[in-house]
Design a protein around this ligand. Structure first.
Ligand code: NAD
Length: 261
């Protein structure tokens, strides 16, 4: 399968799942726009590495996913640079773990902005170009938490359930335009995001690190293994293929059986 002559914009792709998706799409020939925060040197190393390893073009956008204007400008710049955004992967996301009554209001707003509203803003900006070309793929990184809940993750669970609904709505609106819209819902994937929530969960539940991994993170994952970023990226590549042209509006769990329970 070749994605040569396609351009993919992947939000939150300086790390974790987004970086693996950007690299996998580039490996199949797509030019990529990477986005996210991090140390400039490290980001430049990743960007240049994608270009030299996969012989595609890669550009970086530092757009902040809490800022609608920056999101729209990022899509416009990508269209100017490459002529189109054929594949949009809304992946940027953060987590915060706290009981609702203690949940900081600014954290709620930030999570809804990054994990949910940014996908709306990016889709709003990219859909006209996809409709014009008569081809497009929109992939949203949701989560098992778009299907089921866990305590202390109110904003995250609300945002991820929201992204699942947004995905279905967009799929129906674009169904006759050869633009598919789907979400991938990983269970626990070993990334910086998961690692970073261990201390807060230890505090919230009074547990050791090992207990958090065994009794919280992998408790609900029947395979008792973390999902890998490459497994998620391979699904994203598949959803971009012609074999997946009739798959739209789905929420595909990649969760070791978590949501089968
Ligand atoms: P990560 O922390 O490794 O990566 C998050 C990315 O988002 C980074 O590139 C970061 O710079 C970027 N980002 C954060 N705030 C941003 C902002 N305001 N503007 C632009 N970019 C911003 O996390 P990850 O685990 O790879 O998570 C990626 C996505 O996968 C998220 O949507 C997350 O909810 C989802 N997810 C992760 C897991 C998991 O277990 N890791 C499970 C299910 C879903």
């Amino acid at each position: 399968m070749s994605l040569q002559s396609k351009t993919a914009l992947v939000t939150g792709s300086t790390s974790g799942i987004g970086l693996a998706i950007a690299r996998a799409l580039a490996q199949h020939g797509a030019n990529v726009v990477i986005n996210g925060f991090g140390k400039p040197d490290a980001i430049e190393t990743e960007r240049a590495g994608i270009e030299s390893e996969f012989h595609v073009r890669a550009v970086y956008s530092g757009a902040d996913m809490t800022k609608p204007d920056e999101i729209a400008a990022m899509v416009a710049e990508a269209e100017k640079e490459f002529g189109a955004v054929d594949i949009l992967v809304n992946n940027a996301g953060i987590q915060y773990v706290s009981a609702i009554e203690e949940f900081p209001v600014e954290k709620w707003d930030q999570i809804i902005a990054i994990n949910l509203s940014s996908a709306f803003h990016a889709m709003r900006a990219a859909i006209p170009g996809m409709k014009k070309k008569g081809w497009g793929r929109i992939i949203n990184t949701a989560s098992a938490h778009s299907l089921v809940a866990s305590p202390y993750k109110s904003a995250y669970v609300a945002a991820k359930h929201g992204i699942a609904g947004l995905t279905k709505t967009a799929a129906l609106e674009l169904a006759t335009h050869k633009v598919t819209v789907n979400c991938i819902s990983p269970g626990y994937v070993w990334t910086p995001l998961v690692e970073a929530q261990i201390p807060d969960t230890m505090k919230a539940r009074g547990m050791t690190k090992e207990q958090v991994i065994e009794e919280v993170l992998l408790k609900a994952q029947p395979t008792k293994e973390f999902v890998t970023v490459d497994q998620v990226a391979a699904i994203a590549v598949f959803l971009c293929s012609e074999a997946a042209a009739q798959i739209t509006g789905i929420n595909l769990p990649v969760d070791g059986g978590w949501t089968a329970q």
